[in-house]
Design a protein around this ligand. Sequence first.
Ligand SMILES: Cc1cc2nc3c(=O)[nH]c(=O)nc-3n(C[C@H](O)[C@H](O)[C@H](O)COP(=O)(O)OP(=O)(O)OC[C@H]3O[C@@H](n4cnc5c(N)ncnc54)[C@H](O)[C@@H]3O)c2cc1C
Length: 759
Amino acid sequence: MYYGHELQFGTFITPGNNPPETAVSLAQLSEQLGFDLVTFQDHPYQPAFLDTWTLLTWVAASTERVHVSANVLNLPLRPPAVIARAAASLDLLSHGRFDLGLGAGGFWDAIDAMGGRRLTPGQSVDALSEAIDVIRGIWDVEDRSVLRVEGEHYRLDGAKRGPAPAHNIPIWLGAYKPRMLRLTGGKADGWLPSLGYMKPGEFAASSAVIDEAALGAGRDPREIRRLVNIGGSFGDSNGGFLNGPSDQWVDELLPYVVDHGVGTFILASDDPGTMQRFALEVAPALREAVARETAAAAQPTALIRSAAARLRRRDGIDYDSLPSSLAAGAVEPGDAGYSRVKSTYMRGGEPGLVIKAHNVDEVADALAFVRAHPEVALGVRSGGHGISGRSTNDGGIVIDVSPMNAIEVLDESNRLVRIEPGARWKDVAFALTPYGWALSSGDYGGVGVGGLATAGGVGWMVREHGLTIDHLRAVEMVLADGSVVRASGSENSDLFWAVRGAGANFGIVTSFEFEVDEVGDLGFAQLAFDATDTAGFLERWGAAVEAAPRDLTSFMLMGAARAGQAPVAQVMTAVDSDDPDVVLERLQPLAGIAPLLDQSVSMTPYTGIITNSQDGSHSGQGEPTARTGLLEHITPEFAAAAVELIESGATYFFQIRSVGGAVQDVDPDATAYAHRSANFSVVAFGSNRDRLDAAWDELHQHFSGLYISFETDLRPERIEDGYPPRTLSRLRELKLRYDPANVFRDNFNIVQPVASAAE
Ligand SMILES: Cc1cc2nc3c(=O)[nH]c(=O)nc-3n(C[C@H](O)[C@H](O)[C@H](O)COP(=O)(O)OP(=O)(O)OC[C@H]3O[C@@H](n4cnc5c(N)ncnc54)[C@H](O)[C@@H]3O)c2cc1C
């Protein structure tokens, strides 16, 4: 029986400790040769071997792509809850490269000698079954309760769950006898025997026992990957099973795939020559032979999930038609890593499928899958900090390009840098600082490049260095029809125009090329003011900022005053000068606008300002409510209206950022970000949409447009605020050309003619 698993190859390396580095270099060689998996036997009572966990960790840290596993891990000497946590930790640290081969034990004298408990064969299978429940229970962070297990061998009384592994760690069992085989069929994700230990015909018979047990447990036998350890040697003539030339190996292994469903062959060898011949001669030829032999068979299903996981799938998504190229990056609601990908920084979500794309081809494949689901919502995610752009949803698909996060210098003399969308702005800052460079970005290091660099980019150096998009020289992007295009001033220049301000409407940008600036240390000041005279304070701050040279950029933040306390305004200001005297000179006019309550000033590289975020997954809840507008000047009328808004309590976060300066040097028609004349960008977050709107609508008359990144109002007139008429009509024309079906709609959508109640 062919099970349609994508064929994989691994190595089985002796974890000998003399010299200790050998096992690690053989693992590295395995990766270089293209093997998918590196495994080590585990005998924790054996002094001639390195400790397996330590070795696995070391190998994972010394490699980049290959998966690692014990082959198989000895359970009796380790508490299963600890195994679960160690496994999840290594999986997280290796970005999803740990797999769990597990065994019931054996060698009971040695286990006994090490302080372990001697079990009968039957007891050891029962213990393994309980251990699997414990391990999966610890990984199941979706279950908010503490873990209690009343087993005969393992009892847990209120253990905390977590961490969730980075991927669905498969549990493969080393099984030979009927009870173990039945356990494999009933519970495991894979079967991992050594062919050398089996009699002729035993493999097929054992596999049938597993299938029967799987069906008996309501499972699809294909849920259980068949992995097998093999050994042999290469020679010129046929010296018996797997002893001979490469084509003999291929002929002898082929029936194991097409007749017995093997998905993974693991080569037991410490000989680099044997590993090389296998990788270069056997593996590719076997893949071809399998493709030939199975061409007529049903195509492999990429997502083989347990019945329990399938129950949590969402309607409208044909999960089984996901191409196998995307299987490794697909996370669905029943998966271990789901809790880490379902929500974003500002939003809670329950998407039906998150597809992590690692390269342009995967983005194109993911888009083809999306096109086959026209009714299903699509979110595009880079850094997951979207406010107007929705990179999560309820029951839809998310294409997540966060794994594409490379940053490389293309041309040092011209300061040309290529950055992928999943990079965070703090990563960019750290990559550029050693060159004495920086790229004007936002104020928060955790924001992703993809969302910000397709919209604008208003940050700490905006008056001196302009918007982030003003530094863009070219993009590579995947369009709605799956085609990959480059856009720049000279190629697809209309698309390049649109990307700089409305990029999310046109495709998924897979890389950006920026010309960055030389930037040394900056002065950075945090000043707290008594803003009792709030209106006067706002006017004076606005005037001081407008009068300041461009090297000063200032952001002002206020919330409603605490009961019985004077209102406080926080002013954060960056001065792009490495001369402390210049910094102080620039700050002086600001410091005098109101009584100072607190102050701190420092000289710092740009990294010191932008390293203000935590890494890790997002756990946003609900929907943000944000209103924004672009302002020419802080007039007395605007200041009075702003005071009313602040005092109404409808906003918990009211911020005014300086724009102006270099932003105004760019022709409004040069990019889709056209509101170039504004000196300020105003944003208010509220927890109650109706209350915020009632106050905000009073303010609206003062604005001349808005910067789309901070707006969550879906009313059609907001689109007209985002883009002036000439810009909007050109954008809509281009949208018809590049995305006529409006595949890219869950953003600040330029098509949107009707009000939506989604907010
Ligand atoms: C805490 C915080 C601070 C912020 N500070 C600033 C700031 O100082 N200056 C500023 O200008 N903005 C700022 N923003 C707004 C921010 O720029 C946008 O929210 C931006 O969209 C986030 O990008 P992301 O990749 O992290 O978000 P994601 O949530 O991943 O994406 C948001 C949207 O952008 C689009 N998108 C994402 N990736 C791509 C891609 N590769 N190709 C095409 N479209 C894509 C999609 O429509 C997506 O839904 C801030 C936001 C937050 C939450």
